[in-house]
Design a protein around this ligand. Structure first.
Ligand SMILES: C[S@@+](CC[C@H](N)C(=O)[O-])C[C@H]1O[C@@H](n2cnc3c(N)ncnc32)[C@H](O)[C@@H]1O
Length: 232
């Protein structure tokens, strides 16, 4: 499968790993919130999990080690990221399948309902119609008592996309201080051409239309958010 330009950036996986390592996208706080959501929902009950846009699974794999995971299935468009994910998931102690495919195709291919649908910082790459299709497919494939954990960047209400891009890239250059200027440039270039976050009201409307209901939200910083959904 060819990897679209939107994804090519993530071949520079060490730059993204430095963003995550510096906690610049709040993976630590969001990891704590994921752990709490999984605890609240499943306690010790085993669950299956689908990770859409799994990347290298570096943040999720250690969280999952504290739970009883029946089956992990991840999908991503980047083969480079999947190779690292294979290594990061090796300690999980359950079957782990990784698929080099589009997240919506992965959802469509699912033949049995899944207990947890997880997606972190991937949905904003899809156009609006793709996001709507994602919510519809997720609602169909989620087990009746399952939970969807969606981490993503969310634009402020009434903030035009170009204003968001300017604000986010300005913030990034000022706050991601451990990164070189050339790394800032590469990330900003990627964001301006490939990131299409929606305001919360749009995500909520798509989720509601698909038959999902949000039960909690964690917002460690204005644009970075975990949204927890169940079937309505
Ligand atoms: C910012 S990284 C997030 C990786 C990881 N989930 C995390 O939170 O650190 C976005 C990931 O989504 C993947 N991605 C983007 N669009 C995708 C699509 N349509 N289908 C599958 N994966 C996609 C990229 O290849 C990349 O690995």
């Amino acid at each position: 499968m060819n990897e679209p330009s939107a994804i090519r950036f993530f071949h520079v996986w060490d730059t993204y790993a430095r963003v995550v390592g510096g906690n610049y996208m709040f993976h630590q706080e969001l990891g704590v919130a994921i752990r709490t959501a999984l605890n609240d929902h499943f306690r010790k009950r085993p669950f299956s999990l689908l990770d859409l846009g799994c990347g290298d699974a570096a943040t999720l794999a250690p969280v999952l080690q504290d739970f009883s995971v029946k089956h992990y299935r991840g999908a991503d468009l980047s083969e480079a990221a999947l190779a690292v994910a294979r290594h990061n998931l090796s300690e999980l102690g359950c079957p782990a399948e990784l698929h080099h495919t589009d997240m919506c195709d992965e959802l469509a291919a699912l033949t049995t309902p899944v207990d947890v649908i997880y997606s972190s910082y991937a949905l904003h790459h899809l156009p609006l119609l793709g996001k709507a299709a994602f919510f519809r497919a997720a609602a169909q494939k989620l087990a009746p008592d399952g939970v969807m954990l969606l981490i993503d960047v969310v634009r402020e209400e009434d903030q035009p996309l170009d204003v968001y891009h300017n604000a986010y890239t300005g913030w990034l250059r000022a706050s991601m201080t451990a990164l070189a200027a050339s790394e800032h440039d590469a990330i900003c270039e990627h964001i301006v051409h490939n990131d299409f976050p929606e305001p919360w009201s749009v995500l909520e409307a798509l989720a509601t239309a698909a038959g999902l209901r949000m039960v909690s939200v964690t917002t460690p910083q204005t644009w970075h958010r975990l949204m927890v959904f169940v079937r309505a």
